[in-house]
Design a protein around this ligand. Structure first.
Ligand SMILES: C[S@@+](CC[C@H](N)C(=O)[O-])C[C@H]1O[C@@H](n2cnc3c(N)ncnc32)[C@H](O)[C@@H]1O
Length: 232
């Protein structure tokens, strides 16, 4: 490893996702990855992303971090045609599913970042996002793995400036220790106003939520919790 490589890896945040490969892609998925991905992906690079150029004529901009099988993102795009949605996901099978969903629904208001959301976030203008979704992020359940969890003070430090004042963020998990840790992290930050007024506001799936296959598997150790925050 060269000195430059060492410096690059040292400066990167810890990996918050598991595998990026999965089962072999189907012929359709392979064709979509080889063709349609170039149409919908945000090009790699360092330069700032102008959301008005990325989504001409859209008024609001959402970010979904870790869209998994893309069911939520695809359904939200159909329900919210005036919104531009950036979906981030390093798991290639998930990206292929998103491309299939875009093709099946004819959605034109989704752009894909097939990688770690964090470098993408750094390229977004400040106060540009109306909503952010972090739904069932990788739980990293063992204590020694907790440092890989996405929701950490440094992550909120990077994300907060990208949200518009009055913007919204939704976090969901079915892992008790992550629920506790994430809520503490958001509230300790002090800039995320928790919107729950009663217990059902966090323990009942929100009316505008779209259940995913992953969520339905109930792999965690508690019932799902839903934390909705407004940006102060
Ligand atoms: C447990 S899955 C849940 C997927 C989906 N949100 C759902 O509810 O069905 C979490 C996903 O987050 C993705 N992920 C983890 N860290 C990420 C990061 N830094 N940037 C983007 N995606 C990430 C993983 O690859 C994984 O597919």
């Amino acid at each position: 490893m060269t000195d430059a490589d060492e410096a690059r890896y040292r400066d990167q945040p810890l990996r918050s996702f598991g595998r990026t490969g999965g089962r072999p892609l189907s012929p359709r998925q392979k064709a979509l990855m080889a063709g349609a991905l170039d149409t919908w992906r945000i090009p790699e690079g360092e330069e700032a992303i102008d959301l008005n150029v990325l989504f001409p004529e859209k008024k609001t901009f959402w970010l979904e971090i870790g869209f998994g099988g893309a069911e939520h993102m695809i359904a939200q795009a159909a329900r919210n045609p005036d919104t531009g949605i950036i979906g981030c996901e390093p798991f290639l099978e998930g990206v292929a599913k998103a491309l299939a969903g875009i093709e099946d629904t004819g959605a034109s208001n989704i752009r894909l970042w097939p990688d770690d959301a964090r470098p993408l976030m750094a390229r977004l203008p400040d106060q540009s996002l109306d909503r952010v979704f972090i739904l069932f992020p990788d739980p990293w359940p063992k204590r020694r793995q907790h440092k890989r969890r996405l929701v950490q003070p440094a992550f909120l430090e990077a994300l907060y400036p990208k949200l518009k004042p009055g913007g919204h963020l939704r976090f969901a998990t079915d892992v008790k220790s992550y629920a506790d840790e994430a809520l503490l992290t958001f509230l300790s930050d002090g800039r995320f106003e928790w919107l729950a007024g009663a217990a059902d506001d966090w323990r009942v799936s929100p009316a505008d939520h779209v259940t995913t296959r992953y969520e339905s598997k109930q792999l965690g150790d508690c019932r799902p919790v839903w934390f909705d925050f407004r940006i102060g």
